[in-house]
Write a protein of this length. Structure first.
Length: 137
């Protein structure tokens, strides 16, 4: 296996572990905020900051990490020569199709460009290959 595929596989494993670590930190923040709320006589900014920190971490886990993991898995499948239909059987609503075309496709291209296994290929060539790979047959 090419060294770049090994690096990409390591990234996939790290992205799989990250949500569990984030959940641990989320629980800590909720406990801190609950303790403050219970033991403080008046509302203070600290409690609200803890909830805000919790929401920030939660959103990072749900949106950023999840999307990065999906893009990385798709890039890994592309580099290994797998068919897109074998990886994702269907895409959901039109909103997700628009999001996928605007954000996810670009991220997949960036990851493939960074971890490509063949000789150096231009980004435009990779973009064309990925666009044809992602089309439903």
């Amino acid at each position: 296996m090419h060294i770049n595929l090994i690096k990409l596989k390591i990234k996939i494993k790290h992205l799989a572990l990250e949500p569990a670590l984030i959940r641990i930190e989320e629980r800590k923040l909720l406990k801190q905020a609950a303790w403050r709320r219970e033991h403080q006589t008046e509302e203070n900014q600290y409690t609200h900051e803890k909830y805000w920190d919790y929401e920030t971490l939660r959103n990072h886990r749900i949106y950023d990490v999840r999307r990065e993991a999906r893009a990385t898995q798709l890039a890994y499948a592309f580099l290994r020569g797998k068919k897109y239909e074998d990886i994702e059987q269907k895409r959901e609503s039109n909103y997700w199709t628009v999001y996928f075309n605007n954000k996810m496709r670009k991220r997949i291209i960036d990851i493939v460009y960074k971890y490509q296994v063949t000789t150096w290929v231009d980004k435009e060539v990779i973009e064309e290959q990925i666009n044809s790979w992602l089309e439903y047959k």
